[in-house]
Design a protein around this ligand. Structure first.
Ligand code: NI
Length: 406
């Protein structure tokens, strides 16, 4: 493959082989401040699942500037853009998620969230910047075979925006799909590439503990939903330890409890919301059973009724062998042997990229992005990452697409 780059009016000829990655990365690094400005704008204006209206408009405005055609209002607030030869049959998809979380930011960054109660605390602002950077690199790349389809996907955090993107036809003609996630467990310059299962089964969990209200001083006349709920949460953690083979991961995290209206009244209801993570179908079924038996035990012990539902499910992310090979080569060209690291122990994170992988082969990687002096985890109010990862991610995605279309 031979491709040309337009760099501020200067044409650069890219030679095939290992050099192509180096050229992409060099050009992406030239775009560093542009990439950071995109990320920072998005960071300051976070929007949650299926409400990414301004985000979508902002992405569209950049695609307009780049002269890249796109379809908006896909899957409500998503965008599908295409670069390359519109007649070509071969399509490779690249995906970035767009949504923010319901978290109040406390980073103290000068581009902190301007929307109280919302924050890009998972790096999706960075993912969008990377994919726009990749779009620009591909647009500047004179010649390549096929088409690269850029998926700006809403609602990754829990509502499965990927499913709606698929229903909207985003995978039509797609041979491979690639994507990645910022990961602050590793420094910039590391890209974790691993074949097979890399993310967990993720099942939403909602538990309603239904008791009977009463006077705080006479609990025997009531059925205390709060005490029952607290016991259920703690009991679950112990039961999982003893009922599930500890050689396999199985976790339940309750992230939300709502109960009670007055300090001197017994609550008649407690609503618990959480998530369950496993990495095998058998353990997943076993975990459902543990949750249900703990619920029954709580009913008996506290005289309450416990209703359980599983509001959403993400399948595990399973990287295909051939796409993983392409991704590994693409990464090797950018970060060398030392930079490409394995990811042998699956993350228990959920990731709706899995829905795409149920339909087409692909590979999802993790981009090292640890920021010195910041150990706040993802999904916390202090989360931040090293923006040096942005050009690397942009070049990686572009390189995956070019290699896959070879
Ligand atoms: Ni995320």
């Amino acid at each position: 493959m031979s491709a040309k780059f337009l760099q501020e009016g200067v044409r650069i000829t890219m030679t095939p082989g290992r050099d192509s990655g180096k050229f992409l990365l060099a050009r992406a690094r030239d775009l560093s401040s542009w990439l950071s400005s995109i990320r920072r704008h998005l960071h300051a204006h976070p929007e949650p699942a299926f409400q990414e209206v301004e985000t979508s408009r902002f992405i569209a405005s950049i695609l307009d500037e780049l002269g890249i055609s796109y379809r908006d209002n896909v899957a409500q607030t998503g965008i599908i853009a295409e670069v390359g030869n519109p007649e070509a049959k071969d399509v490779v998809c690249l995906r970035a998620d767009m949504d923010a979380l319901h978290i109040q930011e406390r980073t103290g960054l000068d581009f902190s969230s301007q929307r109280p109660g919302f924050m890009h605390a998972c790096g999706h602002d960075g993912h969008v910047a990377m994919l726009l950077g990749c779009a620009r690199l591909l647009k500047e790349t004179g010649v390549f075979k096929g088409r690269v389809r850029l998926l700006f996907q809403p609602a990754e955090e829990g509502q499965g925006g990927a499913k709606e993107m698929i229903e909207a036809g985003c995978l039509e003609g797609c041979r491979y799909i690639f994507g990645g996630h910022i990961d602050t467990h590793f420094p910039v310059g590391k890209i974790a590439v691993q074949e097979g299962l890399i993310c967990a089964f993720a099942d939403g969990l909602k538990i309603a503990v239904l008791g009977r209200g009463g006077h705080a001083a006479r609990p025997h006349e009531a059925a205390d939903a709060i005490t029952a709920a607290c016991n259920l949460v703690v009991g679950l953690q112990s039961a999982i330890n003893k009922r599930i083979n500890p050689q396999y991961p199985a976790l339940v995290s309750i992230g939300e409890i709502k109960a009670g209206t007055a300090p001197n009244a017994i609550a008649d209801k407690a609503i618990l919301k959480g998530t369950m993570r496993t990495t095998s179908p058998e353990i997943r079924q076993a975990l459902f059973q543990v949750v249900e038996s703990c619920a029954k035990a709580t009913e008996l012990a506290f005289g309450v009724k416990v209703d359980i539902s599983y509001p959403d499910h993400y399948p595990p992310v399973i990287n295909s062998p051939e796409a993983t090979k392409i991704a590994r080569q693409a990464a090797l060209e950018l970060v060398g042997d030392d930079g490409v690291i394995p990811y042998p122990i699956p993350s228990l994170g959920g990731e709706d990229f899995s829905f795409y992988l149920e339909k087409v082969p692909g590979c999802f990687v993790r981009f090292g992005a640890r920021k010195d002096g910041n150990d706040a985890p993802a999904h916390s109010s202090g989360f931040d990452f090293d923006e040096e990862v942005l050009p690397l991610g942009a070049a990686f995605l572009a390189n995956c697409a070019l290699r896959a279309l070879k």
